[in-house]
Design a protein around this ligand. Sequence first.
Ligand SMILES: [Zn+2]
Length: 180
Amino acid sequence: MSDSTLYDIVELGDPRLRVLALPVDLTRLQEALEVVQAMESRMQERGGVGIAAPQIGVGQQIMIIASKPNARYPDAPHMKPMVMFNPVPFNYSDHKVTLWEGCLSVPGIRGKVTRSDSVSVRYADNTGKLQEIRLDGFPARIFLHEYDHLVGKTFVDRVDSVTDLVTDKVYFKQMSTSVS
Ligand SMILES: [Zn+2]
């Protein structure tokens, strides 16, 4: 792999999106933080609200959740970006919500996906310290989307029907129709 493609966004169909990510060795935190930095750059360049390491070709259990409004997600709430190493979800809420999702690895496509509205997570933070948090609403949605990347899935695997897949162009047209 040449340097110019190192840490490029990996797209749907690439086998690196299908592997089970391995736990981060927290005794080698510096190396993991270098991956985090590359992930952050890619996420910001592309207007993402979250990213998982397999999306830049790194098969490790690392994700960033960073909800904020932007052109791709105009209604996203502001939150301080969270880095999670080795996240383990538990206590998925029975209450589920169906929403449109996009993905940096599936450019130009949105899919309607049903997920729990809240979930608890145990993880190590960017200093290697173990944490536990309850996520609700959009941050929970981002977490569950990114967690899928750590187990070799994308949102395309989660849609009930192929009719729940649309292009960004159609999606934004529908959005503007629904608010007018
Ligand atoms: Zn994604």
